[in-house]
Design a protein around this ligand. Structure first.
Ligand SMILES: O=C(O)c1ccc[n+]([C@@H]2O[C@H](COP(=O)([O-])O)[C@@H](O)[C@H]2O)c1
Ligand SMILES: Cc1cc2nc[nH]c2cc1C
Length: 350
């Protein structure tokens, strides 16, 4: 079966490295726990990376761009042409994630899976064409099985690239007009939440626009209801190429043992699908931020995830995750470089 790999177990957490990191934290010159979540993040990264002193130095950011058939339902504040136009902007280095990747000295990979307004070829954008867009999932499955397979493998390819480059951390980003509608439908199918509970403004819908979006999602869920019990089939019917690529990347990173920092609403819906398909993936994911998109908290709750940041961001592209990287780096540097009580000759707690 071509998709067998997606269900293979994630690499187990290295509990010895995690315990050694926790023991080190207890010896550093500070009241125990006083660095709060920075301590927990360093300890978690130690378990994920299998070393007492983890690092967030080498970061790979993979951004997947694709269009959505459901855009014809008028569910986005922006025209569909923007997806292809933003691919050009990624190529020219002017998008937010381009700037963040440069500032972080991270490796940025942009993968163009198919847009209605094809911007053409750029040397620094991988063109891994599937179709101009998914089908409109209000009336038909978004993808066929071959397209789902292609998108999942595209994500696995990024994970393998990250491993080859020796990445400490993987960030998955996405760009796709109308993909919050797809992510909302997928999250409803996987959590049982209603479309009205999860639908949000996306790129900037008003209240009437959000009600219409929820209505489109409700119709789609009714149309596909009989097939939504299987999360892989839910992904095929309601997902996007970029969302499926994120699922493939998250699962493959977890299997290889690369720590994953999950971005906002769409990336978290992909994480939810990845964990529903392969529950062993969950313990290998860190969550970067709480997006301003209305349904994100519900998705984070379903994953029992505690995001690092809450900056009211709602851009996507991997931008929220990239913004959390400096905090992870600081957590690792403190963990590695602070003196212990014994080294510094400081008296311990009475
Ligand atoms: O990541 C988020 O939390 C997020 C929330 C709202 C919008 N977005 C971005 O906006 C686009 C989708 O918005 P929309 O309104 O077209 O569905 C897509 O390119 C996403 O990257 C991203
Ligand atoms: C301009 C623009 C940039 C984006 N980046 C991610 N989603 C986006 C949506 C729009 C509309």
């Amino acid at each position: 079966m071509p998709l067998d790999w997606i269900r293979q177990s994630a690499k187990p957490i290295d509990t010895a490295a995690r315990d050694a990191a926790a023991a080190r934290q207890a010896q550093l010159t500070k009241p125990p726990g006083s660095l709060g979540r920075l301590e927990a993040l360093a300890i978690a990264l130690a378990g994920l990376q299998g070393r007492e002193r983890p690092s967030a130095g080498r970061v790979q950011i993979s951004v997947y761009a694709a269009d959505h058939g459901v855009a014809v339902e008028g569910v986005s504040a922006f025209p569909q042409a923007v997806t292809g136009e933003m691919v050009r902007n990624f190529a020219n280095g002017g998008a937010a994630i381009s700037v963040l990747a440069r500032a972080l000295d991270a490796q940025l990979e942009v993968i163009h899976l198919g847009t209605v307004n094809d911007p053409g070829r750029y040397p620094n954008v991988t063109r891994d064409w599937i179709a101009p867009s998914t089908a409109n999932f209000r009336h038909q499955p978004a993808m066929d099985a071959a397209q789902l397979d292609h998108a999942l493998r595209c994500g696995r390819h990024s994970a393998r690239n990250a491993a080859q480059a020796g990445a400490d951390l993987f960030v998955g980003g996405e760009m796709g007009i109308a993909n919050t509608t797809s992510a909302t439908a997928l999250a409803c199918a996987l959590t049982g939440a209603t479309p009205l509970e999860l639908a949000g403004a996306g790129t900037g819908l008003d209240a009437a626009g959000i009600r219409h979006k929820a209505d489109v999602v409700a119709h789609a869920l009714a149309f596909h209801r009989a097939a939504l019990g299987d999360p892989l089939e839910a992904l095929q019917r309601l997902g996007g190429f970029e969302i499926a690529a994120l699922v493939g990347a998250f699962v493959a990173c977890a299997q290889i043992g690369i720590a994953v920092l999950v971005d906002g609403f769409i990336a978290s819906a992909a994480a939810l699908a990845a964990c529903a398909i392969n529950p062993s993936v969950r313990e290998r994911l860190l969550f970067a931020h709480r997006s301003a998109e209305a349904g994100h908290q519900r998705v984070l709750d379903a994953l029992s995830a505690q995001p690092i940041l809450d900056l009211r961001m709602r851009l996507g592209e991997g931008s929220g995750a990239a913004t959390a990287v400096p905090l992870l780096r600081l957590a690792c540097t403190l963990h590695a470089q602070m003196a212990t009580f014994a080294e510094a000759g400081v008296s311990e707690k009475a």
